[in-house]
Design a protein. Structure first.
Ligand code: ADP
Length: 239
């Protein structure tokens, strides 16, 4: 594998937020989650976000990924303010710059592993043959060369998560956002998928921002931030 995230066109900071806040409002129900969050993720960096259940980790990741609207503040992806873009522009920026891995794989059940991994490349307009070659290459890299034509239902939990990792990284994004990407796996499989993400982070040069409740896994990343009482605090990585 020789392709890298597009370093030469990327600014040093690939993902940042300034004064970010979110309050959910549904009728009379007002749920403030956090406000005033600042975060800056550099190229190739790996950042863990830990915190108690309900602290707002998933909400933060959704805002960083442009998947939900911010109540206050700003998210910038590769220097571009999400709020300044149309829905189509945001979608394009997401497809080119970001990758997502969730706790549940979210692969499309009726498509093969290969087709699932080709999908983000086809969406951004790559020719089919090139998409097939890139997806095959990355599926080989995650140890699934022998499972290209299997559908998600015919893969083990760990294999499905590896396919989801390949799908997130196949576009060589500037940054991958992961919400408990190994939370649904047994301890050993979780560690191996986590290590795979870190290897690809180094090889491809993609930055990683991973939400995890597992502080042992978090310590494998470059730095750890704890979201608590609506604030992000750096943790010494031996905590
Ligand atoms: P975490 O990922 O850290 O467990 P979440 O980001 O899922 O936390 O949730 C943070 C808080 O926001 C929780 O108190 C949750 O109940 C609330 N919340 C999450 N989504 C919504 C929503 N769509 N509407 C109202 N409240 C929500």
């Amino acid at each position: 594998m020789n392709k890298q995230a597009a370093d030469h066109v990327l600014p040093e900071v690939v993902l940042e937020c300034h004064g970010l806040g979110k309050t959910y409002r549904e009728g009379d129900l007002v749920t403030p989650v956090f406000s005033g969050l600042n975060l800056s993720v550099r190229r190739r960096e790996s950042v863990a976000i830990v915190g108690a259940s309900g602290a707002g980790k998933s909400t933060l990741l959704h805002l960083l990924g442009g998947l939900d609207s911010v109540t206050e503040g700003e998210v910038l992806v590769a220097g571009q303010a999400m709020s300044a873009l149309s829905d189509a522009g945001r979608g394009k920026l997401r497809n080119h710059m970001l990758g997502f891995v969730y706790q549940f794989h979210h692969l499309l059940p009726e498509f093969t592993a290969l087709e699932n991994v080709m999908m983000p490349l086809l969406i951004r307009g790559d020719p089919v043959a090139a998409a097939r070659a890139d997806a095959t290459d990355l599926l080989g890299r995650v140890g699934l060369a022998h499972r290209l034509r299997h559908k998600p239902g015919e893969l083990s939990g760990g294999e499905r998560q590896r396919a989801a990792v390949a799908r997130a990284l196949v576009t060589r994004p500037a940054c991958v956002l992961g919400d408990e990407p190994t939370g649904n796996l047994d301890e050993k499989t979780a560690a191996s998928v986590f290590d795979l993400l870190l290897e690809l982070n180094r090889e491809i040069g993609t930055a990683l921002v991973l939400v995890t409740h597992d502080r042992r896994l978090a310590r494998k990343l470059g730095r750890t931030l704890e979201l608590t009482e609506g604030r992000l605090h750096p943790l010494a990585n031996q905590d």
